[in-house]
Design a protein around this ligand. Sequence first.
Ligand code: SF4
Length: 345
Amino acid sequence: MLISGYKVELELARDWIRENRVKRVLVQAPPGLRNIASKLIEELSSSLEEALLHGGGCWGGCDLAVAHARAVGADGIIHLGHARFLDEDPMPTLYLECRRGDPEPLLRTLERGISALEGYERIGLGATIQWLDHLDQVKLLLERHGVITLTGPPTRPLKYEGQVLGCAYRPLLQLSSKVESYLIIGSRFHGLGLGLQTEKPVYYLDPELGVLDGLNAEVERLLRSRYGYIERARKARRMGIIVSVKPGQLRMQCAMKLKKLLDGADKRAEILIMDDVDIEMLRDSGLEAFINTACPRLSIEDQERIKLPLLLPAEALIMLGRVRWGEVVRSPRYLMMEVEYHGLR
Ligand code: SF4
């Protein structure tokens, strides 16, 4: 069934409800798909005793509302807009990916903006789950313009060839020696996540906004700003380490290791346990800077609103003199959230 231009697999949902004997379900949807969630609830009402709409954040497949579902006695979760992220779901969960039905906005934007990709012969290609069904058409169109596109087999937490998440680009990064640049279909957000991890030029195509553009200048500007926040954090004595209870973002061990390193560097560190990161709470805490062990993109997208430094683990290690800026910046290590990846146990 097509709802607001998205393919919603109603029969799959009905089968899943029947097979799992789900009676009360909690339906989660990210911003932009919440109207689909309420229409879905209407469609499924005859198959369930109760369908409840989740009112909290739903930023990725990492963000399963397990605690909320248990609190209200739900025996299953329907999660819209994302593919499976966790290896195992803590409770019966159906991921309804809601892919876009019509490739036209994507192909039109590509045709119109293709001159931006002139001069490249081999491009690494990725897309968000919503546009994944149309990747073959993108490949063909680019081939007609003399461009060969490459994708890589999926690696955890990615589920599909060609898929990207705001925190997961490993198959594309592994193609680095084989491509001259990258094109990410989805949004500026998704392109930027890759741009921070590679020296190669990254372009993004946003079919909703009809934009195809390069990100190099924005990546450079952003990194200058990140460097400034690291310098500010050096001067902070009281720091907070943010741990999220979202199942795919929970990194307590990492937080404990960072706390030990901060203690050893004569800084006072508190571990803050949060679900959605509450900016007001951070500002009220009296702490002077933060390290984010939750979703890496919080440090990029929410930094300007928080104002106080909100460092990634890699940036915290730079601040502490454990790794060098040049070792991680524009490399796959930049968004790696576990300190082990940076050679620290
Ligand atoms: S950790 Fe952040 S970027 Fe990654 S899937 Fe979750 S919300 Fe998206």
